[in-house]
Design a protein. Structure first.
Length: 256
């Protein structure tokens, strides 16, 4: 149903549609008011386990199979995104949100998406230096959640960036259980600064340029609204430096 909802704006688009390819199929209306871009990427893994005796065991899996739809509707100021993970085990909704430009340097985002916390989580899996994130990364409190956020283009621009949002605190997978009835609203904020020409949300430096760097402070407040005494407050500082193809990142998270 969410895919259909994202495609509905094209029904109101003018009859003349243009089709193109730009790292994915692009459908654009003749007046530029509507645009839909599709994308897909796969991460496959083949393993062979051979013992001293017996036949080797073979396994082929798809750790990640991402289907993406992005674009804008009625104006370039109203954008949308949808992303699903079609891996070997299940189909999972990752992103579904709309983003509206409310004024100069300010946007409002609503839906499910990555919270503005923890640079390593904000970096896409296709921009990692290794095939997976660090094992301890999930304990830093980032990841996706449902919420409402004001920002100035988080993870999409260089220079000064900021974001402040309210989230429900359940993450992306909530089963109908006691966990689903927990009331843990979160306030999450991020403020950062990067040098010109810095692609700060990628762990790779193909440009091999001179010194570039970025530094950001983020905070996540859990109000423990159901008074179960399991709320956590996290504050983090993360940075990344690039020079001549070399990349070094660091982060520090305090949990109370």
């Amino acid at each position: 149903m969410r895919i259909i909802a994202l495609l509905l704006p094209l029904l109101w688009a003018p009859r003349a549609l243009a089709f193109d390819y730009d790292e994915g199929l692009v459908i654009d209306s003749d007046d530029g008011r509507f645009l839909l871009k599709t994308g897909m990427r796969l991460q496959v893994r083949a393993t062979v386990a051979a013992a001293n005796s017996g036949s080797p065991e073979h396994e082929f899996t798809v750790p990640r199979g991402r289907l993406e739809f992005t674009g804008h509707a009625w104006s370039e100021g109203l954008t949308y995104a949808f992303q699903a993970d079609l891996n070997s085990e299940r189909v999972q909704m990752l992103d579904y949100f709309v983003d509206y430009r409310v004024g100069a340097g300010m946007r409002l985002r609503a839906g499910q998406y990555k919270k503005p916390f923890n640079r390593h989580q904000l970096q896409s899996t296709n921009a990692l230096a290794l095939v997976e994130r660090a094992l301890i990364d999930e304990h830093y409190g980032g990841g996706r959640d449902v919420g409402l956020m004001l920002h100035n283009g988080i993870a999409q621009k260089t220079g000064f960036e900021w974001a402040l949002g309210a989230f429900d605190g359940h993450g992306i997978s909530v089963e109908p259980s006691v966990e689903a009835r927990r009331v843990h609203p979160l306030i999450v904020g991020r403020m950062g600064l990067s040098t010109p020409g810095m692609d700060e949300y990628s762990q790779i430096d193909f440009n091999r340029g001179g010194f570039r760097g970025a530094l950001a402070f983020n905070t996540q407040l859990d109000f423990d609204a159901d008074q179960t005494r399991d709320g956590l407050t996290r504050h983090g500082l993360d940075g990344i430096v690039k020079i001549g193809g070399l990349v070094r990142g660091s982060r520090k998270v305090s949990v109370k």
